[in-house]
Every structure is written in C-alpha cells, then in structure tokens.
Design a protein around this ligand. Structure first.
Ligand code: NAI
Length: 250
C-alpha cells in the first residue's frame, strides 16, 4: 500500500468543475497532482489554487482525445515523478441536440473526448502502475449511461458514458492481476459550468426525478472519487457508483 504523500495523480479536465474539485481534494491529502485541461489558463488557475493551499501541483496541458498529447503528458510525468499512481479520467463534453440532428463530426468528437480519451490515458498510465503492482483508476461516467442520455445530455452523450462504464469493467478485469483497481463514478445533476447554462424548465424537470431536490456540489462528487483513489479502497474494482441524489434507485 502506498501512502498519499508518496503518490502522483493525473486528473483530466481539472480546469474547472468536478475535475478541479477533485484535484484540490487529492492535493489536500498530500498527493502531487498533475492538472490536465485543454484550456491552459484554467489548468494554471487550478494549479495556483492548490499551491496557495500549500499543495503540490503541476500543469499537464493537452487534449485527452489526441494520442500525441496524452503520450507527451505521460512521458513527462514518468520522467519527472516516476509515473502516475492515481488516474482520474474526468474530462468530458456534452451534446444536447436530438440524435437526429447530430453530425458525423459531432458524434466522432464526443466519442473521442469522452471514451477514447479514457482508453488513451489508461493504456499510457498502466505501464508504471503494473510495474509497481499498484494503481487506482477512477473514470467519470454519468447516470446518462443508464438513461440513454435524455437527462442532462443527449443520446450520443449517454452512449459515450455507457462506453466508459463498460470500459471500466473490462479494464478492471484486465488489470486486477497487476494490483490496479478500475472504478467509475456516475454523477447525477451537479452544479458546474457544464450545467450552469441550463434553462429553469430543464432544471425543474431534472429535480422532479430526484429524491434530494438540489444539484450536487462538485466536492460531493470529488469525495467519492477521492475514496476510490485512496489506498483504503483496494477491495473495490469494476464498480460503478451512482452519486445522484436518488435519481436512479438501482
Ligand atoms: P465542465 O464542463 O465544467 O468541465 C470539464 C472540463 O474538461 C473543462 O475544464 C474542459 O476544458 C475540460 N475538457 C474538455 N474537453 C477536453 C479535452 N479534450 N481534453 C482535456 N480537457 C478537456 O464539466 P463537469 O460538469 O465538471 O463534468 C466533469 C465530468 O463529469 C465530465 O466527464 C461530465 O460528463 C461528467 N458529468 C457531469 C455531470 C454534471 O451534472 N455536471 C453529471 C454527470 C457526469
């Protein structure tokens, strides 16, 4: 078992929202956090928030759907810190229009960011984890995976997040012999820039389907991610955990 202070984490899409809250929470445990985002300014802002709190953070700028960017990020982290012990695949984008109106480019793009990005980061991070016989991978799916979208995002979004859930189970099976656990969190309605632009009508429709009549704060999702990333969660793998205010009830 590795202590928090001995570990390096990579959190993708950590320039804002759930990713930022997760990066800050992991850093508060003593973990060195590589803050990935496609947006260098927001990534740098998260790094500075962590450093202001006396935490350890470095920027790791790049597009998770781009093999070249992902390889470069992991090469740098391998060279500087010996590799990643904790990988949080959080970066994601949403599409809201009906399936009928989705173009081929939009379909390819959302699958590339939300699903291929998870595949690329897992395969790059797993070498070091397997070598040391320890690793924690936490993927961010969504309850849209179960609803076929239609809740926060559309069908393409739900399909991409269902792919993440399946990838989580398969990767858990493949990497278990190497001491690596792979789990997913399925957030429900969470108060982040992704959901800020929502109309009141949509907000009320979503709240009507929840037992707890409010959105989650990003920290409430980050807390579950942090538990799955912790040394203490070693007997949980291939699991998807709903954090959805009682929206799904399964
Ligand atoms: P957000 O939109 O506020 O933040 C996402 C971050 O990912 C942004 O900083 C963005 O720049 C970054 N990003 C986007 N594309 C990227 C790329 N190709 N490479 C690197 N970074 C990229 O989103 P939020 O709400 O914090 O969501 C985080 C994750 O949680 C996403 O995967 C989302 O699908 C999922 N989720 C969110 C829910 C919500 O209600 N907010 C509900 C269920 C799941």
């Amino acid at each position: 078992m590795k202590r928090w202070e001995e570990q390096t984490a990579l959190v993708t899409g950590a320039g804002r929202g759930i990713g930022r809250a997760t990066a800050i929470m992991l850093a508060s445990k003593g973990v060195r956090v590589a803050v990935n985002d496609i947006n260098p300014d927001t990534a740098q802002a998260t790094v500075e928030m962590i450093q202001t709190r006396n935490g350890k953070a470095v920027p790791a700028i790049g597009d998770v759907s781009n093999e070249h960017d992902v390889a470069q990020i992991h090469q740098t982290l391998n060279a500087q810190y010996g590799g990643v012990d904790i990988l949080v695949n959080n970066a994601g984008i949403i599409l809201k229009q009906p399936l009928q109106d989705v173009t081929e480019h939009e379909w390819d793009h959302i699958l590339a960011v939300n699903l291929k990005g998870v595949f690329l980061n897992i395969t790059h991070a797993s070498h070091h984890m397997a070598e040391q016989g320890y690793g924690r991978i936490v993927n961010i799916s969504s309850i849209a995976a179960k609803h076929g979208g239609g809740y926060l995002g559309n069908v393409a979004y739900g399909a991409s997040k269902a792919g993440v859930a399946s990838l989580t189970r398969g990767a858990a099976r493949e990497y278990a012999p190497n001491g690596i656990t792979v789990n997913a969190v399925m957030p429900g309605f969470t108060h982040t820039p992704m959901t800020d632009a929502m109309s009141n009508e949509t907000r009320n429709r979503i709240l009507a389907g929840m037992l707890i009549k409010r959105s989650a704060e990003p920290e409430e999702i980050a807390r579950v991610i942090t538990f799955l990333a912790s040394p203490e969660s070693g007997f949980i793998t291939g699991e998807t955990i709903d954090v959805d205010g009682g929206a799904t009830l399964d």
